[in-house]
Design a protein around this ligand. Structure first.
Ligand code: BTN
Length: 237
């Protein structure tokens, strides 16, 4: 991962470029990194604030030979790789909010957007989009985000090198991905659960089509969240 890097000053969205490169048969591990995204995308059709020079905005192309329903596992794997990279470089204690938000002291520092290119039920490529607020101050965030977002700089009180962070993420991601291909999801699941804050808590899980409130019980072996609602009914989200 990261042997083939496309670096751009300014793009609409690194996801968009990654989709095009994946379609053109870019090798597994290809990464697209931009200094700025003018139309950065978040989950559920949200926007992702991606100003120049203060963050890590990148998309990584993987081509695992796994069945389609297992794709969510890779999002969880990426979350673990990023949490570990932050731990490696700072004394911060990041936590994961299902499925893939990384929080520090309850505020979001990282989002992950995983998208698939598939034909029938075969995965052609998985595109993992990673957005990390590295060095902005709180005032650099739009006012509507100031209460809910944070950055490594805000939490640590010192700048963090974006290139060191990127290198660590590549290393951790490659290590976990190889472990995953060799041994399956179980070791990743155990690591993920160690960082997860949602398990055992009452949460609302929103998808594009509905929302369910209940207690998060854990994740399935496919990386799907198990919830029990107030009527005792179990849902897989
Ligand atoms: C979320 O909603 O939490 C996911 C945010 C993902 C943002 C990253 S930044 C790099 C990549 N390109 C995008 O347009 N989005 C992802």
């Amino acid at each position: 991962i990261g042997k083939n890097v496309h670096y751009e000053e300014s793009v609409e969205s690194t996801q968009k470029i990654a989709h095009r490169l994946a379609y053109d048969n870019a090798p597994e591990g290809t990464v697209i990194i931009a200094e700025e995204q003018v139309s950065g995308r978040g989950r559920m059709d949200r926007k992702w604030h991606s100003p120049k020079y203060t963050g890590v905005w990148m998309s990584i192309i993987l081509r695992p030979n796994i069945p389609l329903p297992k794709a969510p596992q890779l999002t969880l794997l990426a979350a673990v790789a990023i949490v570990q990279a932050i731990e490696d470089l700072t004394d911060l204690l990041p936590e994961i909010k299902w499925p893939n938000d990384i929080l520090i002291r309850g505020k979001k520092v990282t989002g992950i957007l995983t998208e698939l290119e598939a034909e029938a039920d075969r995965i052609n490529s998985v595109i993992i989009g990673i957005g990390i607020n590295v060095n902005p101050t709180i005032e650099d965030f739009p006012s509507e985000l100031q209460e809910i977002a944070t950055s490594l700089f805000v939490e640590k009180g010192e700048k963090v090198s974006r290139s060191d962070l990127i290198k660590r993420i590549f290393m951790n991601l490659e290590k976990l991905y190889l472990l995953y291909l060799e041994e399956g999801f179980l070791p990743i699941k155990l690591l993920w659960e160690g960082y997860a804050i949602s398990i055992g808590r009452k949460i609302t899980a929103r998808t594009l089509s509905n929302s369910i409130t209940g207690t998060a019980q854990g994740i399935t072996d496919d990386g799907v969240l198990i919830m029990v609602d107030d009527h005792g009914k179990t849902h897989h989200v």
